[in-house]
Design a protein around this ligand. Structure first.
Ligand code: NCD
Length: 306
């Protein structure tokens, strides 16, 4: 694998190896502290981010490497009209690996075709977010002990939420996964996911509107934010934004060992009163994001640590 554009760029075996490496990094951070000395990561972010950009940077710094980059389109030459193809050719002269986030679907793919260094898609519009998926898989495997025979509820903005799209692509490859898609009618998963992925592959799934109708069945509840920046008008966003609010009362309907995940940032969809519930896993999930990005950087740079 030279670049990471979609979670499907990794086979299930490669993924397994990567997650095992991430767990080893978690257990033995010192072993990896100098693994990327002398190497540079460029973070090219044309769209806002806190976790993804900083967790990439933390990952490279934890490996003894260094980081450079920009955190908005305004502060890069994109504002002067430079194409991503030209930008990546230049970045290839400065860094050994690049994580790119872009508001346009497919932009990191275009960049990867012109790049001489590995490019990681750090989120492209409403399309994919493969490193969040790696984070999610590591969280599930670490906290639930497996990636099969689980019922996962994906709740919120399933139409524009790229983390959900990538996660479904990745999880349907494991046996006996069941999906409950919880969204208002207007924010259902795109039909290419429902028809081409779920129905064609005979994956068990159902769509519901009320969180209460799914809660008791779930091993994992994956909450998402309504993606304000992808709405065409503000009124629709305002109407949708508080459709789901997970609170203590709803948590009482869930299994005792269910886990609650969220890619973050959260807005109102999880009440802060849930944060103290032992089933709340979203801050742990953010920590797993650093380990898995460390494992990904090592893998793409083909650095072996004995
Ligand atoms: C997600 C994203 O950017 O898609 N955030 C993240 O990377 N953790 C989710 C979101 O913004 O809602």
């Amino acid at each position: 694998m030279q670049h990471l554009m979609s979670p499907l760029d990794l086979s299930v075996e490669e993924l397994d190896k990567l997650l095992t490496l991430a767990n080893d990094i978690e257990q033995n951070p010192q072993k990896y502290a100098h693994a990327c000395e002398g190497k540079k990561l460029a973070t090219c972010f044309y769209e806002p981010s806190t976790r993804t950009r900083l967790s990439f940077e933390a990952a490279m710094l934890n490996l003894g490497g260094s980081v450079l980059g920009f955190s908005s389109a305004d502060s890069s030459s994109a504002s002067k009209g430079e194409s991503v193809s030209d930008t990546i050719r230049v970045i290839s002269c400065y860094a050994d690996i690049c994580a790119m986030r872009h508001f346009k679907e497919g932009a990191p793919l275009v960049a990867s075709q012109k790049s001489s260094i590995p490019v990681i898609n750090a989120g492209d519009g409403g399309h994919q977010h493969p490193t969040q998926t790696l984070t999610d898989l590591l969280t599930i495997r670490s906290l639930k002990g497996r990636l099969d025979n689980l019922t996962i509820g994906l709740c919120g903005d399933l139409k524009f939420g790229r983390t959900v799209h990538s996660l479904i692509h990745a999880l349907i490859r494991y046996p006996h996964m069941k999906f409950i898609l919880i969204s208002p009618e207007e924010l259902r998963v795109p039909s290419y996911i429902r028809e081409d992925l779920l129905e064609k592959n005979n994956i068990a799934f159902r769509e519901v509107e009320r969180l209460e109708d799914a809660m008791g069945d779930l091993d994992i509840l994956y909450m998402t934010r309504v993606q304000r920046e992808r709405f065409f008008n503000e009124d629709d966003y305002v109407r949708m934004k508080d459709f789901y609010i997970l609170n203590r009362k709803k948590m009482a309907l869930a299994k005792e060992d269910m886990i609650v995940m969220h890619p973050l940032p959260r807005v109102n969809e999880i009440s802060v009163e849930v944060d103290d519930d032992p089933r709340a896993a979203y801050f742990k999930q953010a920590q797993y994001g650093v380990y898995v990005r460390m494992a990904l950087i090592l893998t793409l740079l083909e650095v072996e640590v004995c």
